[in-house]
Design a protein around this ligand. Structure first.
Ligand code: URA
Ligand code: SF4
Length: 208
């Protein structure tokens, strides 16, 4: 596998990219996943949100952030005053990676490897180039490390307004945690984790 670069179409509008990505074999992840889950949303969205990779629900439905993380994200966006219909939502990696443990019907999310993230990055860069947002919200370490570098620490830089490297006419970038981190927090921590997530999204809203 040589990465996604070879599968990029000549025509770079989002609909053309999505069509081409459906046939991507740039890394090994297409073999076990149901389908490519490409980004979607407003064509000229001023805000692009980048997650890690599709989860179980997203893999079945073929759309990003339609499962539990997406529900939490929708609620948090609303509280931060961001209209989800004006946002383009995507992931650093476009195929679901999972293991089946014990009960083989359940598919457990597995973190993508660095080489899978690198393989898939041309799709993400092409999406950013097509949508040309003013601000990119990075949801979790995978997204932040894909677009900054492998040393990027969300805990050190969350809620800061940064400039995204590696693009012409670079958009602003704000990193925060992944919504699944809020879902996974212990009961006693969850309310605070959610409030901090919403606070970071308010920084995003103010940067728009
Ligand atoms: N988690 C992600 O990172 N992306 C999705 O689309 C769903 C869950
Ligand atoms: Fe292609 Fe990305 Fe899927 Fe790998 S994860 S096959 S690079 S779309």
């Amino acid at each position: 596998y040589e990465g996604a670069e070879h599968y990029l179409p000549r025509e770079r509008a989002v609909t053309s990219l999505r069509q081409a990505a459906a046939g991507c074999r740039g890394c090994d992840l297409f073999t076990d996943a149901t389908q490519t889950v490409f980004g979607e949303g407003a064509d000229r969205a001023r805000l692009v949100l980048v997650g890690e990779m599709p989860g179980d629900r997203e893999d079945r439905e073929g759309r990003p952030f339609v499962g539990p993380s997406g529900n939490l994200l929708d609620r948090a966006l609303g509280e931060a005053g961001i209209d989800r219909d004006t946002v383009y939502v995507t992931n650093a990696v476009k195929h679901f990676r999972f293991t089946r443990e014990g009960n083989r019907r359940r598919r457990l999310h597995k973190k993508p490897t660095r080489s899978q993230i690198t393989a898939c990055k041309p799709w993400l860069l092409a999406e950013l180039d097509a949508v040309r947002p003013d601000v990119v919200g990075l949801l979790g370490a995978t997204a932040a490390q894909a677009l900054f570098d492998a040393d990027f620490r969300v805990s050190a830089h969350r809620g800061e307004v940064l400039k995204l490297p590696g693009l012409d006419d670079p958009p602003l970038a704000v990193a925060t945690v992944h919504p699944s981190a809020v879902l996974r927090a212990r009961d006693s921590d969850r309310e605070r984790a959610y409030a901090e997530f919403v606070a970071d999204l308010r920084v995003v809203a103010a940067a728009l």
